[in-house]
Design a protein around this ligand. Structure first.
Ligand code: NAG
Ligand code: NAG
Length: 182
């Protein structure tokens, strides 16, 4: 009796850890932290890849670009095209001045300016989304200090689909726990 209730307790603990670490709100992240960041960087330290390297991205987050659609665009490209600033055959092209791209998987994403000359001058960005394994790997590990870039007003938690999804997962979890108790 005692052993079965402690088994139940540890299952519940596991489920709650999954809940804590697995269902965090998706965010809209403004590229570079401000509306004028998609441009030729004035120097090496203003590079957007440096900004991206200091920012922690999660699956489900969205990148948001604001730029003048008459002068610029955003291309998602392969690593090869990123390195060569090859704008001829992008994975996706965005030209509306208010671009939103969801980071729907882990791994690297490559973005360049649709203006080849701008890309050659450094208007490009690599974003790496860590796999869920890398997050909260063990509740004993100290939580890393949140990057400053993640705390700014540029971040707005999105509700809607993701909120519904976590709500649904909660209901699912509830039924699961209910079933275990029977
Ligand atoms: C690089 O450019 C940024 C933005 O224009 C500026 O604030 C910074 O002082 C510059 N850094 C160096 C080392 O020139
Ligand atoms: C750019 O990419 C296209 C297709 O991906 C390729 O055919 C072309 O040769 C590349 N151009 C350069 C300059 O590498």
């Amino acid at each position: 009796m005692a052993s079965s209730s402690s088994a139940l307790l540890s299952s519940l603990l596991v489920l709650f850890s999954i809940l804590l670490f697995g269902f965090t709100e998706a965010r809209d992240i403004l590229v570079g932290g401000n509306a004028n960041a998609w441009k030729i960087p004035s120097n090496e330290s203003a590079s957007l890849s440096l900004w991206a390297a200091a920012t922690r991205f999660r699956i489900g987050d969205s990148l948001v670009w604001k730029y003048d659609p008459k002068k610029d665009s955003v291309l998602q490209v392969t690593k090869e095209a990123y390195t060569a600033c090859n704008t001829s055959n992008p994975i996706a092209a965005y030209k509306d001045g208010n671009t939103k791209v969801e980071l729907d998987r882990s791994g690297p994403f490559y973005f360049i300016s649709g203006t080849e000359d701008n890309c050659q001058k450094g208007e490009k960005m690599t974003v790496v989304v860590l796999s869920p394994r890398h997050h909260g790997s063990g509740s004993s590990a100290p939580a890393p200090a949140p990057a400053v870039a993640q705390e700014g007003p540029a971040l707005a938690p999105t509700s809607g689909v993701h909120g519904l999804r976590s709500g649904f997962s909660l209901v699912l979890l509830g039924s699961l726990v209910g079933m275990m108790l029977l």
